[in-house]
Ligand binder design. Structure first.
Ligand SMILES: N=CN[C@@H](CCC(=O)O)C(=O)O
Ligand SMILES: [Zn+2]
Length: 413
């Protein structure tokens, strides 16, 4: 099966030479080809270039993209889309003046989601989660990381991870799975956090490893949740089972978690709403990708990651949604890209690099997705007719996507 996309007004994020990620000034460079063609063979990008060099051979399918742009699908490296029910009532509590921290301290927040999830069957959880996965695919996401962390018992964490595994088996989108048992301390362990960590390490982790249910290990390193010492303990334990560290860090307070992530070779450190100079310094010349979640800042009215300061200091940055029931009930990467430009002063080039190439790196998928490169998966967004790619973030809240393709196949609504 070969598909030709012809007359593409602009083919975006063309990387002839494979590149892992872009940092600093290079984030502002977005290579494109105007009036381009793209050939997809058996789900992979097999050729591309300027229309003048478009092969005249026969194709199984020809798509005329005149006036439209083609770009790699969004790479959303941080989500919690497997959850039960919703937390709409907490949303209203916050409108009335309670803070996210107040709600959590009253037994709401993550513990509220955990209670709901523990009472939900695996089948029902799968059915609720697949709706969200299908929704984000239509919004242009072509690779996604999904975390556990609303189970908080061995049984319920395994249930979440098995749902992620099932989603992976049933959908053509690339999915990476993360074990986030250390998301909150369950009520019954309130005064015995160490015992909960012991349970995760000695009971949950071996079972996850046995069933090959996760690639990554995560922890919420935050005042009132887990300390830097807890973070180091969990990351080390995960590593023994081959799980690569990723952490939730610096969301409300900076307590040294970024440094712990870097020291433990974390693939990514995520949130970063509160960044001290020493945190930025610690990330320089490392392989750890900083990940910003602007929809979370928007929804909770908390500070945005200081992207300008970080990129100007030479760092890379990835953008992700954080889709979850509490802090970000939205999986729309288009909104994330717009918000990064509008609120974080990232240029359209920086935001598009952060949401594709750098996002792919942040979930270890840089060899498969994130750019228009021969041999990568044809996970593509075909836009409606637009004049420039900057129109995508500019026209925030308006869907500029006409069609989405996963492994070369159009995914219908
Ligand atoms: N901050 C920690 N975890 C999630 C939110 C969890 C929740 O409120 O349900 C996040 O990334 O924002
Ligand atoms: Zn998160």
């Amino acid at each position: 099966m070969t598909t030709l996309f012809k007359n593409i007004k602009e083919l975006i994020q063309v990387r002839t030479e494979p590149i892992s990620f872009v940092s600093g000034k290079a984030m502002n460079e977005l290579p494109t080809i105007k009036n381009a063609f793209l050939i997809v063979e058996n789900g992979l990008i097999s050729d591309l270039g300027s229309m003048e060099n478009c092969p005249k051979t026969a194709f199984s399918e020809v798509i005329d993209a005149a006036g439209k742009m083609v770009l790699p699908s969004w790479c959303d490296s941080h989500t919690h889309i497997v959850y039960a029910g919703n937390r709409e009532s907490e949303f209203v509590d916050r409108i009335k003046g309670l803070s996210y921290e107040d709600i959590a301290a009253n037994g709401g927040g993550i513990l509220n989601s955990a209670k709901k999830l523990q009472e939900t069957s695996e089948e029902a959880l799968y059915n609720q989660s697949k709706v969200r996965l299908e929704e984000v695919i239509q919004l242009g996401t072509g690779a996604i990381e999904i975390k556990s962390g609303y189970g908080l018992t061995t049984e319920a964490e395994l249930k979440m991870l098995r749902v992620i595994k099932r989603l992976r088996e049933h959908y053509p989108i690339e999915i990476r799975s993360t074990f986030l048992g250390a998301h909150a301390v369950p009520t019954e362990y309130k005064e015995h956090k160490e015992a909960y960590l012991k349970l995760l390490i000695e009971d949950t982790l071996p079972k996850i490893a046995e069933e090959h249910l996760a690639e990554y290990i995560d922890i919420f390193c935050e005042t009132g949740y887990f300390s830097v010492a807890d973070t180091e303990l969990i990351l080390e334990a995960g590593k023994k089972y081959g799980l690569v560290p990723k952490i939730h860090v610096n969301q409300f307070t900076a307590i040294g978690g970024v440094q712990a992530g870097v020291n433990h070779n974390a693939l990514s450190v995520d949130h970063l709403e509160v960044m001290r100079d020493e945190d930025i310094e610690a990330l320089k010349k490392t392989n750890t990708m900083p990940v910003s979640l602007p929809s979370c800042s928007y929804f909770l009215s908390i500070p945005y990651t200081p992207a300008r300061k970080m990129i100007d200091a030479g760092l890379p940055l990835a953008l992700a949604t954080d889709y979850n029931p509490g802090s970000t009930p939205s999986g729309n990467m288009n909104f994330v890209v717009s918000t990064a430009c509008i609120k974080m002063k990232m240029t359209p080039e920086e935001a598009l690099n952060a949401a594709t190439l750098n996002g792919a790196y942040a979930m270890g998928l840089e060899d498969k997705v994130g750019s228009i490169t021969k041999g990568k998966q044809a996970n593509l967004i075909l836009t409606k007719p637009i004049n420039s790619y900057g129109f995508i973030p500019y026209s925030f809240g308006t869907n500029q996507i006409e069609k989405v393709y996963l492994k070369g196949k159009e995914i219908g609504v």
